[in-house]
Design a protein around this ligand. Structure first.
Ligand code: TXA
Ligand code: MG
Length: 325
């Protein structure tokens, strides 16, 4: 392959302590830094700085009505910005640091920028587990607004090079912390009074959350006492190629996203998990979609994937990737 990745993006750096310190300094000056979390790479800015947050919307081409998640060190810090009821507290204690985002009412003293909250009276907070993300939050000394580091509507990056490809010169620095372990975004649960509601399936399976709260999660849609996540747009996570779900074999010109060897090793296929392990499949999902898309196929055919456990998030992302644009 011609050229190194470093030539591809001048701000790309391995996430050494030195690079993390530089990134924290950039963030404190209102600049944008992409960095790894255990779910996907995030595009970070100082969450308390309105104009820095505006920069995120511009870099992503993101509609301003779609609010951002603020990443924090833990529950103490989160409690300065949001009001955690008993359920929200129990969930934070069970799953933080980790791939769970909690939407809670904003507290009167909330310092998360109104731009980041899209003017809502709630706020989305998460304490990530990735050591690079944690070090960056600690050194920046402030919450970081961090949507996925992709152009709005496109495939989320799970590698530094993918973030570089998505954002180009719109981002000042990209910390390379290797591949993301979880591979799909955080699960989002709203605890804003009324029944706790699942706004987005993700890295923490629904059943694990329901075991902690002792009841079924309400649905975001069609449930009058549960709010909608404004970001749940039908078409999202979209490759350039069309996506065909539930495929048993490949049609001419198609590339294949396999699961458990359904396509029998046909050419131009990648298997999310030959052994049908949903964790492995989630970790491979976005990188495999991106690699198949790069072949410019007539379409990407996707083998059937079970929807339980982590499969719920995988099936959700693929349905949005396949949605009418
Ligand atoms: O795993 C993740 O959560 C990644 C990593 C980088 O942290 N971030 C991420 O951010 O997935 P993003 O912007 O791609 O998705 C944030 C979602 C959107 O669907 C948005 O609508 C929803 O969170 N959200 C944010 N604040 C909200 C609020 N106050 N009420 C309802 N939904 C909210
Ligand atoms: Mg996203």
């Amino acid at each position: 392959m011609a050229g190194s990745i470093a030539e591809f993006h001048p701000g790309l750096r391995f996430a050494t302590p030195d690079a993390i310190a530089q990134a924290a300094a950039l963030l404190a000056r209102g600049r944008l830094v992409a960095f790894p979390t255990e779910t996907v790479y995030g595009l970070g800015a100082d969450a308390t700085d309105e104009s820095a947050v505006v920069g995120i919307f511009a870099a992503k081409g993101r509609p301003r009505f779609n609010p951002l998640i603020a990443l924090v060190g833990g529950l103490d810090e989160a409690s300065a910005h949001g009001a955690f009821d008993g359920t929200a507290r129990a969930l934070a204690e069970a799953f933080w640091p980790g791939p769970l985002t909690l939407v809670v009412p904003a507290r009167p003293g909330c310092r998360i920028a109104l731009m980041a909250r899209a003017g809502l009276d709630s706020v989305a907070l998460r304490a990530p587990a990735h050591p690079v993300a944690r070090a960056l939050i600690a050194q920046a000394g402030r919450p970081l607004a961090a949507p996925s580091a992709n152009r709005s509507g496109r495939i989320s990056p799970t590698r530094a090079a993918a973030a570089a490809e998505e954002l180009g010169s719109a981002v000042d620095m990209i910390l390379d912390g290797g591949a993301c372990e979880v591979g799909v975004e955080s699960t989002i649960v709203a605890c804003v009074g009324g029944a706790p509601a699942l706004l987005r399936s993700g890295g923490v399976p629904r059943a694990a959350i329901e075991a902690v709260i002792g009841r079924a999660l309400a649905k975001a849609e069609g449930d009058s006492d549960a709010p909608l996540a404004p970001g749940r747009l039908a078409s999202h996570y979209a490759p350039r190629a069309r996506v065909r779900l539930g495929a048993r074999s490949l049609l001419p010109g198609e590339a294949g996203l396999d699961f458990g060897g359904a396509f029998g090793g046909a050419p131009r296929t990648l298997d999310l998990s030959p052994g049908r392990d949903l964790r492995e499949a989630a970790a491979n999902l976005f990188a495999h979609l991106r690699a198949l898309d790069a072949l410019a196929p007539a379409a990407i055919a996707v083998a059937p994937i079970p929807g339980e456990g982590l499969g719920e998030a995988i099936v959700d992302r693929l349905a949005r990737a396949a949605a009418e644009r």
